[in-house]
Design a protein. Structure first.
Length: 391
């Protein structure tokens, strides 16, 4: 499960908007179907995501359903779907993945019209196959039988991209994949609507290579890019390219470390995760104050910037609909661009290793990523790195 490596190709333009070049999609990505985690104890992870993050458990697959290899809990909130999987065999590749990386994202799965055709197109364009197209088994929706097909390719590190397609004679389809059985345990939703973007960390010199890979293999386009002048402090820096599908609904920022006096957050992640992987998942909400208030009450801890940040906020961002005192109290960040403004906040790592964390984001017109917050955020991360002895 090592990363595929294509010939590096530097993308020449510093910033390319999402509509600046014609579509090159060999197939249409409908949406992120789900994000699958490999974890050491899926039952406990499901409890965390239900009680702390507000997800509801919808279905289950494991020993009780006839699966002797994995236990998987299907979690949902809004249109965000997480699958939490534990390998039951200690000598399996999935168990080796958990041993090496700890709990983390294994598969960012796409829904497509035809998984077999998507797989063939991706491989033709240089993707390394991970799982050949196959039927997940027959299912029945609205009384009509049908099948679901899955295939997968390797992305950065040990991360996969699956392609999933539904083949039914009608528009109806099952609520979950074959092999799962209903096992509903409701959570207390916190207002999460869907996944806004997924951020990957790669090694030094690999960012342009992987941006070119997403462009060539999946037809993504460069949405925006940031260099070490945009994202830096006195001690450390990083560079980032945001890749997007045609609809701009699937966005993947790709980070790499930049030279600095001390270890950057990307270096720390790569050491703790033992390679490239998903650094954070941004979850969209339409009421960040309510969402963050609920998450804090549930025990989620967030990064905090100095109070001086809020003294400068009105002059930098201008008027916003939300009460400034409440934004400051909760530690929410704000930024504005030509399309509007956004509000965002970043959790502390949710694993024992300083790897995966979550971003909560509300967009009030802005299509950006909070460039004006980078310095304050980076300094807050560095303070936590120093506490861990990793700066």
């Amino acid at each position: 499960m090592s990363a595929s490596r294509s010939a590096a190709s530097v993308l020449d333009n510093p910033v390319i908007t999402a509509d600046a070049e014609p579509s090159r999609h060999p197939f249409r990505l409908k949406r992120i179907h789900h994000i699958e985690f490999l974890v050491g104890n899926a039952k406990q992870a499901a409890f965390f995501y239900r009680k702390a993050m507000g997800f509801s458990q919808a279905a289950y697959r494991g020993l009780e359903t006839g699966d002797r290899e994995f236990a998987t809990y299907w979690m949902e909130q809004g249109r965000a779907r997480l699958l939490l999987t534990t390998p039951l065999c200690p000598d399996s590749p999935a168990a080796a993945h958990v041993a090496r990386h700890g709990d983390g994202v294994y598969d960012i799965a796409f829904e497509v019209d035809d998984a077999a055709a998507a797989f063939a197109a991706a491989v033709e364009r240089g993707a390394r196959p991970a799982l050949a197209p196959h039927s997940l088994g027959s299912s029945r929706a609205a009384g009509a039988p049908g099948t679901i097909c899955r295939a997968a390719i390797h992305a950065y590190g040990d991360t996969l991209h699956s392609f999933i397609s539904y083949h039914f004679p009608s528009s109806d389809r099952p609520l979950w994949l074959p092999g799962f059985e209903a096992a509903p345990i409701p959570g207390q939703p916190v207002g999460i609507l869907r996944v806004d973007h997924v951020v990957g960390n790669v090694g030094l010199g690999e960012m342009n290579e992987w941006a070119e890979w997403y462009s060539r293999v999946l037809g993504f386009k460069r949405f925006i890019s940031f260099d070490d002048q945009d994202i830096s402090t006195e001690y450390s820096a990083l560079m980032s390219i945001v890749m997007s599908d045609d609809s701009c609904s699937i966005k993947f920022p790709i980070n790499e470390p930049a030279a600095g006096r001390k270890k950057s957050q990307i270096d720390e992640y790569l050491e703790a995760y033992h390679g490239p992987g998903v650094q954070h998942i941004a979850l969209l909400t339409e009421d960040i104050i309510a969402t963050v208030s609920a998450l804090r009450a549930n025990g989620i801890q967030f990064l905090r910037v100095p109070d001086a940040y809020y003294e400068e906020l009105p002059g930098r961002v201008g008027g916003i609909d939300e009460k400034p005192a409440r934004i400051r109290e909760l530690g929410i960040l704000a930024d504005r661009d030509e399309d509007g403004y956004l509000l965002q906040i970043f959790s502390q790592p949710v694993e024992d290793r300083p790897t995966l964390f979550f971003e909560i984001i509300q967009r009030k017109g802005s299509k950006g990523f909070g460039k004006g917050n980078f310095k304050a955020l980076f300094e807050a991360i560095e303070r936590e790195q120093a506490r861990r002895g990793n700066l």
